[in-house]
Design a protein around this ligand. Structure first.
Ligand SMILES: Nc1ncnc2c1ncn2[C@@H]1O[C@H](COP(=O)(O)OP(=O)(O)OP(=O)(O)O)[C@@H](O)[C@H]1O
Ligand SMILES: [Mg+2]
Length: 232
C-alpha cells in the first residue's frame, strides 16, 4: 500500500498528432505540496489537464487514494475530489463573487464563512461582478471557487501569473495557510522562488518527461538540472 493521495503512473498524452506527455510518473503524499516546474511548453499544463481528463491520456494511469480515474469524465474526476484552478481562472464574469462560489459549493469543511475568512478581500466584494475584480482578486476567487467544492486535492496552474509582487506574496500566503490546514496540492509555477519555498517535493518536467525529483533544498544543489531544464 502506498500512502500517496495522488499517483501519476507512466502517464502518456497525445494532443492531435503530437506525443506531448511521454511517461510522466510522480506521487503526492496526503497533506504535501508538490511543485511541477519546467520551461515554457514542457508539458506542465498538459499534465494537469490529463489528470483532470480535459486532455484524456493515451496511456498510463492516474489514481486518487488508490482509485483509478481512467475512463471517468472531467466532471467525475472533480466529484472524486480534485479541484483545478486553471491558468485562465475561468470565473463567471456575469455572476457576483458570491454566486460564483455558490454554484461550485459542495458539502464539507470549506463553507462560505470559512472561505471569506481566508479571503477577506473577497468578502468585501461579495456582491461585485467578476469583471469588477482586479487580476489578483480574480485569482483569489478562482482558488476560493475550487476550495468551496471541498476537494481532497487541489491542482494550481500558475496562480502567480501576471500579478504584482505584493499580490503574489498574498497568493503564496494563502497557499501556505492551505498547507497548514492539511490540503494536498500540486502547484505549477514559473515563479520558482515561490514554488520552492512552498514545496515539499519538486518535480522537474522537460519535453514531456520527468527529468528530476527531489526536495527544494536538493534542487539548489542541482545546478545542472536547473540550467538544462529550468533555464535558470
Ligand atoms: N491543443 C494542442 N495541440 C497540440 N499541441 C499542443 C496543444 N496544446 C499544447 N500543445 C503543445 O504541448 C506542449 C506542452 O504544452 P503545455 O501547455 O503543457 O506546456 P507548459 O509546460 O504548461 O508551458 P507554459 O509554461 O508555457 O504554460 C507544447 O509544446 C505545446 O505547444
Ligand atoms: Mg502551462
Amino acid at each position: 500500500m502506498s500512502s500517496a493521495l495522488l499517483e501519476v503512473d507512466r502517464l502518456q498524452t497525445h494532443l492531435g498528432e503530437s506525443h506531448i506527455i511521454q511517461g510522466v510518473s510522480f506521487a503526492v503524499r496526503e497533506g504535501s505540496l508538490v511543485a511541477l516546474l519546467g520551461r515554457n511548453g514542457a508539458g506542465k499544463t498538459t499534465t494537469l489537464r490529463s489528470i483532470m481528463r480535459l486532455a484524456p491520456p493515451s496511456g498510463g494511469a492516474v489514481r486518487l487514494a488508490g482509485r483509478d480515474l481512467t475512463g471517468l469524465s472531467t466532471w467525475q474526476v472533480a466529484r472524486a475530489g480534485i479541484g483545478f484552478v486553471q491558468e485562465t481562472r475561468a470565473i463567471f464574469s456575469s455572476l457576483s463573487v458570491e454566486e460564483n462560489l455558490a454554484i461550485a459549493a459542495r458539502p464539507g469543511d470549506w463553507t462560505l464563512p470559512r472561505i471569506f475568512e481566508l479571503f477577506p478581500n473577497l468578502a468585501a466584494r461579495r456582491r461585485n461582478g467578476g469583471t469588477e475584480l482586479s487580476g489578483g482578486e480574480q485569482q483569489m476567487l478562482a482558488i476560493a471557487r475550487a476550495l468551496v467544492g471541498n476537494p481532497r486535492l487541489l491542482l494550481l496552474d500558475e496562480p502567480s501569473e501576471g500579478l504584482a509582487p505584493l499580490i503574489v506574496r498574498r497568493i503564496a500566503d494563502v497557499i501556505h495557510q492551505l498547507k497548514a490546514t492539511g490540503m494536498t496540492m500540486v502547484l505549477v509555477e514559473q515563479n520558482h522562488a515561490m514554488a520552492t519555498e512552498l514545496a515539499d517535493e519538486v518535480v522537474v518536467i522537460g519535453k514531456g518527461r520527468v527529468r528530476w525529483t527531489g526536495t527544494s533544498a536538493a534542487l539548489l544543489d542541482a545546478s545542472e538540472i536547473s540550467q538544462t531544464w529550468l533555464g535558470v
